[in-house]
Design a protein around this ligand. Structure first.
Ligand code: CP
Ligand code: NVA
Length: 307
């Protein structure tokens, strides 16, 4: 039987996505009550990180431990991947020994190639193209603050048309959100996704117009991992794309602000906004833990069902 993978939000049906998000809320409440839930003793998660991480690594590692299993951190520096062992061979070997795999890398095609050869479910922990695990946490946070039915909510994305922006487009399609994207010319998100989202996504150049009457405003760094050498050019190109108090003032008075973190105060977001009363970034970061536990549970149990 082919395992279920989670390389993008589209790997779940809209109903399955809602199921995972509901389960994430239950697991969070259970965790808060101090109740142990460890249904996966001896299950092992293999984690390949070709880029840096704080939240993704900690949430997967802690999540697996809380579920009764364990996680192994693998980097190209100290595995044969860094010495040129093909990803397909690594996929066959790693998935013969662990129960679920998470990969953070550069090219999205690499995660797809890994998944094609893996006998265990593969989770995308961020590629240059998307970051679907972050969207599970972001959607969970939106639900916490806006109620379980988020259909029709207006989300403003301001800044770079990057992996997070692409993921928000997928979320708009899956959850029936209205997404307003404000990016500078030349930094547009994936054209195919935009086409697919027609009717749900509007592309603008003015951050204030994007934020108008929004229920939520989100942004991300101007230079993603792998783009560090473009930082100074991007500082100029994005100079008018900071989420500041003026931008937030365009949104609904009770709108929330999200940022996947790490953040650069004074660049994509002012300190006043990220550290202010509308910011929900700490809930968002914590929700990585609960949402991914729900995802792991879904993938492992779904795998059992189809075995
Ligand atoms: N948001 C996020 O994925 O954070 P890390 O890069 O720290 O994992
Ligand atoms: N867009 C950012 C997200 C980090 C979690 C990056 O890819 O670096």
């Amino acid at each position: 039987m082919k395992p279920r993978h989670f390389l993008s939000l589209f790997d779940l049906s809209p109903a399955e996505l809602q199921q995972v998000l509901r389960r994430a809320q239950e697991l969070k409440a259970q965790h808060r009550r101090g109740e142990s839930y460890a249904p996966f003793p001896q299950k092992v998660l293999g984690m390949i990180f070709e880029k840096a991480s704080t939240r993704t690594r900690i949430s997967f590692e802690a999540g697996m431990a809380q579920l009764g299993g364990s996680a192994i951190f693998l980097s190209p520096r100290d595995t044969q991947l860094g010495r040129g062992e093909p990803i397909e061979d690594t996929a066959r070997v790693l998935s013969s020994m662990v129960d679920v795999v998470m990969i953070r890398t550069f090219e999205h095609a690499k995660v797809e190639r890994f998944a094609a050869y893996s006998t265990a479910p593969v989770i995308n922990g961020l590629t240059d193209f998307n970051h679907p695990c972050q969207l599970l946490a972001d959607l969970q946070t939106l639900i916490e603050h806006r109620g379980s039915d988020i259909r029709g909510q207006t989300v403003a994305w301001i800044g770079d048309g990057n992996n997070m922006c692409n993921s928000y487009i997928s979320a708009a399609i899956m959850c029936d959100l209205q997404l307003r994207i404000a990016v500078p010319p030349g930094y547009e998100p994936d054209a195919e996704l935009l086409k697919q989202a027609a009717g749900r996504v509007v592309l603008l150049r003015d951050p204030r117009a994007a934020a108008r009457d929004a229920d939520m405003v989100a942004t991300d760094v101007w230079a993603s991992m792998g783009r560090e050498e473009e930082q100074s050019r991007r500082m100029q190109d994005f100079a008018h794309f900071q989420v500041d108090a003026e931008v937030m003032a365009q949104a609904k008075p009770d709108a929330i602000f999200l940022h996947c973190l790490p953040a650069h105060r004074g660049e994509e977001v002012s300190a006043e906004v990220i550290d202010g009363p509308q910011s929900r970034v700490w809930d968002e970061a914590e929700n990585r833990l609960h949402a991914q536990k729900a995802l792991i549970e879904f993938l492992l149990l779904d795998g059992d069902k189809s075995a």
